[in-house]
Design a protein around this ligand. Structure first.
Ligand code: FES
Length: 93
């Protein structure tokens, strides 16, 4: 079972493979914020510290949005991520 560590919240959670990160955050008290829930507002930006290859691949819309936001290479939109293995993430500042 994949493990998600959110360093910002000092949380370690077990999730089902393929589980949506947004659902995990809503099931627990995390500091990752959500707005549009559709990859269009940037409220849910996270940094992937470990396990980037264990998160669902970035689609063109997310890639385009992150480029517009001048995001770092390890940043993702949490509302667009599904978990397939152990990952360590933090809230982007
Ligand atoms: S909640 Fe708006 S981009 Fe993720």
């Amino acid at each position: 079972m994949p493990k998600v560590e959110i360093t910002t919240d000092k949380l370690n959670l077990d999730v089902k493979e393929g589980y949506a990160l947004i659902d995990m955050c809503e099931d627990h008290d995390t500091s990752i914020l959500f707005g549009c829930r559709d990859g269009a507002c940037g409220a849910c930006m996270i940094k992937v510290l470990e396990g980037a290859d264990k998160i669902s691949p970035m689609q063109d819309d997310e890639k385009d949005f992150l480029e517009t936001m001048a995001a770092l290479p390890n940043e993702r939109l949490a509302c667009q991520c599904r978990i397939y293995g152990d990952v360590k993430i933090a809230v982007s500042e």
